[in-house]
Design a protein around this ligand. Sequence first.
Ligand SMILES: *Cc1c(COP(=O)(O)O)cnc(C)c1O
Length: 362
Amino acid sequence: MRPIVARIDTAALAHNLMVARRLAGSSRVLAVVKANGYGHGLARVGHALRAADGYAVLSLDEAATLRAQGLSHPIVLLEGFFHPDEIPEIARRRLQPVIHRDDQIDALARARTEHRIDVFLKIDTGMHRLGFAAKPWRAALARLQGLPQVGSITLMSHFARADEPEIGVAGQLAVFNDAAQGLNHPVSLANSAALLRHPEAVELGPETAANWARPGIMLYGASPFPGQTGADLGLLPAMHLESRLIAVQSVRKGEGVGYGHLYTAERDMRVGVVACGYADGYPRHAVTGTPVRVEGRPTRTLGRVSMDMLHVDLSDIGNAHVGSPVTLWGDGVPVEAVAAAAGTISYELLTALAPRVRIEET
Ligand SMILES: *Cc1c(COP(=O)(O)O)cnc(C)c1O
């Protein structure tokens, strides 16, 4: 067996959920498990996070996977339905679609459903991605309230810059509070960044206990904030990407290493070859110096990442040999640091884990 494996720590998932719950106060926690549980495996994550009050996904398939695990929690469809044909299954499985366009309300009005569908009504407070603008939003609410097909209505919005210390949520929150003034509906605003930094976006509205926080990335142990790791926030990494050295090379000073000879040996040195490449989901743009551990000791990557392999510096790891364990991210190697070295974010690395990587649960 090729030695690369993603070890998923289900106890870490449960721990991170506890952290989110503490921050959510009396609000409920909707565990965001889209993108295959941020790459950790949807069914596995669904189970590990079953203490959450509900789940958020994108598709009927994902919702069906959770239901097939015997999970009867509320499930929110973050992009609503894509076609009216989906409405009967939404009703049957008791899913809660986000409603963000008029034609979705038209479709609900035409639908014959066994029972009322609880919905999330999305208002665009400045992200300009999904949702009704401030004015049409009131009309959409009135229409939904008049439909026999519709049950409870949660008012929802999403922040564009909750992770930025200087900007935060103030502007969008003001737009939301203005739009929702005087209404007696549950509210759902906070992603991980808002939950961690902006309690004012969590405990609000007259129905706080019915509100929903929507943490995603923090449940997996990573930080939404630039320059800060999950560990800094009291979170535990849920994914450990591990492999082994499959070759050790002696390279002379001045010789090139890997494709394009992107790295040139600064001295005579030993270089390790790890069974992990971009086809495993390791970022090809990770530069020389990206953190990695070999035999539990910190070192760096060298040169260009290949499809199936990458190089590491063994200068200070005298006991490294073929078969030595390597941590690509996880324990002692923050996924945020690897992402930053590749010009991206932890979200992309976790969700891009390739199907060919074996997953083990710990
Ligand atoms: C993905 C997503 C979240 C979770 O965001 P994190 O930054 O991972 O916490 C919350 N709400 C919506 C609408 C999303 O699309």
